[in-house]
Design a binder for this molecule. Sequence first.
Ligand SMILES: [Fe+2]
Ligand SMILES: [Fe+2]
Length: 222
Amino acid sequence: MVFGRAKKMESNSKKEIWIKDWPRFINRLFLDAEPYLSVRGDMPHAKVSHGYAIVLMKEEGGDQRIIEPAIILHDVGWSRLERQAISAAYGVRAKGSEWRNLNRVHEEAGEAIAREILEGYSYDPSLIETIASIIRAHDSGEEARSIEEAVVKDADKLWRFSEIGFSVETRRQGISPMELYQHLENNRESWFFTRTGLRLAEKELQRRKYLLKPQKDHYPTI
Ligand SMILES: [Fe+2]
Ligand SMILES: [Fe+2]
């Protein structure tokens, strides 16, 4: 617990850290997001997608002051849904109006939580608006209105293609590697907004191919 002067010092040190020390700000954002992300076990997703966002940004451009907070905070809204609702709203088999409504809830709740977190850093209000609008439509929006939005959406999707993402998603959704692989292969062309995103997804998909072979193929023969 922090009292009086100590509390004031803490809030002063938080303010505008994003201007003075960007890497420290990013670490602190992950810490702020952790209680929300841990509800669905989404910290690995946020870390991996953040890594892809950095790679995409190097190739495609975009403002890191928008992209990095948006990708770190984009899924904090899952914390507002019950476990059962989360599984109905998410994954290969999620369909219909119930899915759409629940998916909207995680986007809108995520926007509200992200605003609150960023305001605590006295973050630039116009940047908060842009980040909030990206989070509000990160799953439901069918287009990318800026390069920043394109990078965030592509980085989010690339998680499913990554080694850890592929294995987490098969377990979480209760589907076989083959089912997920086919879902990714069938949808990849329509999902990505940037060339780099699609190129990375195809590269990762090639690397996941071995998971489709029978397990015995992985053992050396004598
Ligand atoms: Fe999401
Ligand atoms: Fe996500």
